[in-house]
Ligand binder design. Sequence first.
Ligand SMILES: *Cc1c(COP(=O)(O)O)cnc(C)c1O
Length: 373
Amino acid sequence: MVDLVSQYQNIKPEVDQAISEILESAQFINGPAVKQFQSDLESYLNVKHVIPCANGTDALQIALMALDLKPGDEIITPSFTFIATTEVIALLGLKPVFVDVDKDTFCIDPDSIRNAITDKTKVIVPVHLYGQVANMKEIMSIADEHGLYVIEDNAQAIGSNYHMDKGDVKTGTIGHMGCTSFFPSKNLGCYGDGGAIFTNDDDLAGKMRMIVNHGQSKRYYHDLVGCNSRLDSIQAAVLSIKLRKLDEYIDARRKVADHYDRFFAKWDNIQTPHRDDVSKHVFHQYTLILDGIDRDALNQFLADRDVPSMIYYPVPAHKQKMFESFGSDQTELPITDWLTERVLSLPIHTEMEPDQLDYICSSIEEFLNTNKA
Ligand SMILES: *Cc1c(COP(=O)(O)O)cnc(C)c1O
């Protein structure tokens, strides 16, 4: 699905030098490289505070921990997402309330949010799935109206822009907090685990800086229950290099998406990813909706030809055993279920060659010509 080896080869001298400088300095934790990356990312996102942490799942957990929530408080989240978004809610003794997504954008549906709000609702967690941005304008206005917090799960959409009334802003900086993951295959990935939270709120930022460090602001004086969640210096150094290339990487992904879009235009039963004028799709995934096509057979057919294709995600959160005790299996999310049976993601990355794209497209064409519905 991605080609991290070729991507590394193209930046190898810079990366090798940066890593060897860290090895020489032996400042593996909280070294200057971490401060540097933090400030690089603050400038890129045009946000006041970036709080680096150990991974994207921790980022979501830490953001929720900063909000003084009580057990049983309700957090509205899509079910059509990677499990981490929803898992941390349960982990903290909060209640995930699963809502449906929009059929075109795969992202949380504002009407579905409205219908799920109760007097226990405290937070909305929109996920910018596959690199497509949720309807943030509507979501922020619902949150304002009901006094709710918004935590954006931006793990798949870093670098994307969204048009607000005040102009274009980066995703992850629209809600009260935004979270990301630097897992190697993400659009901005390191060479291990990493994550970060973004916010323009000084109080939340101060609290989160304590939470990531055992709840202390002064060494051995612990005011809050926190955790240990750090980005290490080697990852930070790699990330500063890759951040300078992020826009270029996004352009490369969008070019691959354009190619796929043109190729798939001729089939009525294939829906290509939605694009609009208010946001920039950064194509963490290129995900098709196949209606009336045997999706699982195509997935296998491609695998037999050494073309990876993936179903993100085969089981939505509300159908996971993990959440049975929340009664979530009783939740009806027709669009989520419909999409779960029809989505298929194709390889997309920054180093894709035209002949690879042609091979993938011609393999799919062969399948479609021989397996009519
Ligand atoms: C990757 C991802 C996460 C979790 O990130 P990790 O760094 O793997 O913990 C959370 N949410 C979404 C939508 C993701 O894609």
